[in-house]
Design a protein around this ligand. Structure first.
Ligand code: UDP
Ligand code: MG
Length: 317
């Protein structure tokens, strides 16, 4: 009995890399006689020829299934849709741009076979080829989020990992709309082996991330896996109350003892703007959590599939 490995591939405008990716994965499959692969291509509302290439690949290779979203739902949604359709004993998430080298799969599989681990995750040890500013912010973000969250979120961890089916079920049970995979993987636990590898640049096309996109993704990560910002807002509030109470006491005593010699307009204006600023900041923090709660309670689907070659497709999930 050979093991079936389901490979989930989120694709957004990957017309240039998709075929190269397919070839590379097929080559890896050939080098693993004890396994069969099932390739799940998820078209995340691409605006180029990605879908046509998927159809062709599915025609040529029966181990390829494709799922085409009705619009762009984001990589997280694409991964979720992939997990919903996994039939294998193992599942792996891989980028279509070959930044997640398929050559690592045999080694990952071997480690899982030893039975000591439930998943093997790739971890970049270098951030070569990345703008230094981005690396710097990324490092700060990971050290911050690990301090303020109970999920174990690893720096350099990519979504690329091979995992047992049990883990897939746990991931699907995390039904939140605001998905932050690195946090979800950390939160569900299981025994994970971290496999270091050197960063690889994408084979073709461009990264879909810009700096602000990454910042907002980082913010989502914090809001979804930590409540510390809310605590900070409350502590700020308490501190400011104490400070203003002391200030009032000081002003009243001074007024009684010495009268009111100066108008003090400048200091008053400073205090008002300072406190106003902090209040707005805290409101903003609360608002961000409220917005997250709002999108969760609406319980909108994570994705909508418009087209697929699988009969048992779960169109809305
Ligand atoms: N991707 C996606 N939906 C999006 C953006 C990206 O499915 O809205 C896919 C993309 O096709 C690729 C993977 O997610 O397979 C990683 O994207 P990218 O290479 O742009 O990110 P990076 O490797 O630079 O972090
Ligand atoms: Mg990439």
């Amino acid at each position: 009995m050979s093991d079936l490995i389901s490979i989930i591939v989120p694709c957004y405008n990957e017309e240039e890399s998709l075929r190269l990716f397919h070839e590379a994965v097929k080559k890896t499959e050939a080098s693993m006689p004890e396994c069969r692969f099932e390739i799940l291509l998820i078209n995340d509302g691409s605006k180029d020829r990605t879908l046509e290439i998927m159809r062709e690949l599915a025609q040529e290779d029966e181990s390829v299934s494709y799922f085409s979203f009705s619009r762009n739902f984001g990589k997280e949604a694409a991964m979720y849709a992939g997990f919903c359709h996994v039939r294998g004993d193992y599942a792996a998430v891989m980028d279509a741009d070959l930044q997640d080298p398929p050559d690592l799969l045999p080694e990952m599989y071997r480690i899982l076979q030893s039975g000591e681990y439930d998943s093997v995750a790739a971890r970049r040890v270098s951030r070569a080829g990345e703008p230094p500013v981005r690396s710097w912010f990324a490092r700060r973000f990971y050290s911050l989020i690990n301090r303020i969250s109970d999920a174990d979120i690893v720096d350099g961890a990519r979504d690329f990992r091979l995992m047992k089916r049990e883990m897939v079920e746990a991931i699907l049970a995390m039904g939140e709309s605001n998905r932050f995979s690195n946090g979800i993987f950390g939160w569900i636990g299981f025994r994970t082996y971290w496999m270091p590898y050197e960063n690889v640049e994408r084979v073709a096309g461009q990264s879909k991330w810009n700096f602000w996109g990454l910042c907002s993704y980082a913010l989502d990560g914090i809001v979804n896996f930590s409540q510390v910002p809310l605590d900070i807002a409350s502590w700020f509030g308490i501190l400011m109350t104490i400070v203003s109470f002391l200030a009032i006491l000081f002003i009243v005593v001074r007024k009684i003892l010495f009268g009111d010699p100066v108008a003090g307009w400048a200091s008053t204006a400073c205090i008002i703007t300072f406190i106003g600023g902090i209040q707005l900041l805290c409101l903003g923090i609360i608002g961000k959590y409220l917005a997250t709660v709002y999108s969760e309670v609406k319980k909108r689907p994570h994705y909508i599939i418009g087209e697929s070659n699988r009969k048992d497709v779960k169109r809305i999930g």
